[in-house]
Design a protein around this ligand. Sequence first.
Ligand code: GYE
Length: 345
Amino acid sequence: MRHNKFSVRTKDITLVLLLVILLFMIVGGCGLFGDIEDETYISEDENLIVVGISQLGSESGWRTANTESVQRVFTKDNGYFMIYNNARQKQENQFKAIRSFISRRVDYIVFAPVVESGWETVLMEAKEAGIPVILMDRSIDVADKSLYTTLVGSNSMEEGEKAGRWLEADLEKKGLSEETVNIVILKGTQGASAQAGRSVGFSAIAGKHANWNILGQEYADFTSAKGKEVMESFLRKYPDIDVVVSQNDDMTFGAIEAIRESGRTVGINGDITIISFDAVREALEMVAAGTINVDIECNPNQGEYLSDVIQRLENGEEVEKEYYVEEDVFTIENVTEELLEERTY
Ligand code: GYE
C-alpha cells in the first residue's frame, strides 16, 4: 500500500517536474515552441553571408513581387542565409526584427521602411554593432546619413513628375490645356516615402497649371479596399471628377470598382481619366484594354540589385548612396502582348 502511496507521489512529482521543464522550455525560448526563426542555426562551415530582411508588409501586388524578388535571390545556392520577417505594416515590428538581427550578429540588415521617420535609435544600435544597413524600396528621413550604407529603390518624386507630365501631354493632345480639370488623388500610406515623393512630384507639375483643380486628396494605404472606400467618398462629394491620380495599382482597382458602381466610366473613352502607379501585370492588362489611361512603373525587382550591392561591399568596394531601379511609363501605345507575357510581376 505504501508503495502505491509512494508510487502515486512519484507520479505526481514526475508530472510536476515535466510541467516545470516544459514551462521553462517555452518561456526560455529554448526552441520547443519558440519562433521558427529561433530554431534556425547557421552552421559555421557553410560560409554563408547572413542577411536579415525586414519587409514592411504584404499590402499590395507590388509588395508581393518585391518580396519574391528578394526571396529568389537570397538563397543558400547564391551564398546567402536569409532571415526574413514581415512587419505587417507596423514600424514597431520592424524595430523588433532589426534588433533581433543585431542580437543574432547578421552580416547585413536590409529593410523596407514602412514610414520615413523614427529610425535613428535602432539604426544607431546597428551602427554600434558594426552591421551595415541597406534600405530597400523606400527611403528614410535621418540627419545622419551614415546610419545606412545605401538605398536600393525607386525615385518616387520622379514618378510623380512623370504622372504630371503625362497629364499635361494628354490634355494638350485633347485640346483641353486651358480647360478646368477636376482632379482627386488617392495617396498611399501616410508617412511613406513612396507616397510623399509621388505627391510632391505630381504637385510640382500641377502647381504650374492654375486650371488644374485638385478637389481632394486622401490617404488610402496602398490597398484596394481603402482605395474603393475613399473613391466612394470622393464620388459622393464631387459630381464632376475628370481625373483620378491613384498612387498604386491596388488602390486603382478599388477606385475603378467604385466609379463603375456609381454609373460612371473610366479610361480612354470614359468619363474619368485614370492615372496609376506600379504597373503590375494585372494593371497593364487594363492599360491595354483602355481602362487605365497611364501607369507609371515602379519596379519591385530589387533583389538582384541588393545582392549586387552586398557583393561589392564583400569585395571592399565603395558603393553609391542610392541605386534607382529602371522604370518606364506605360500607355496603350507600348503595352504589347509580348510585354505582358514576359512580365514577371
Ligand atoms: O507603390 C505600393 C506598395 O513602396 C513603392 O508600396 C512601394 C509602394 C508601391 O504598397 O504598391
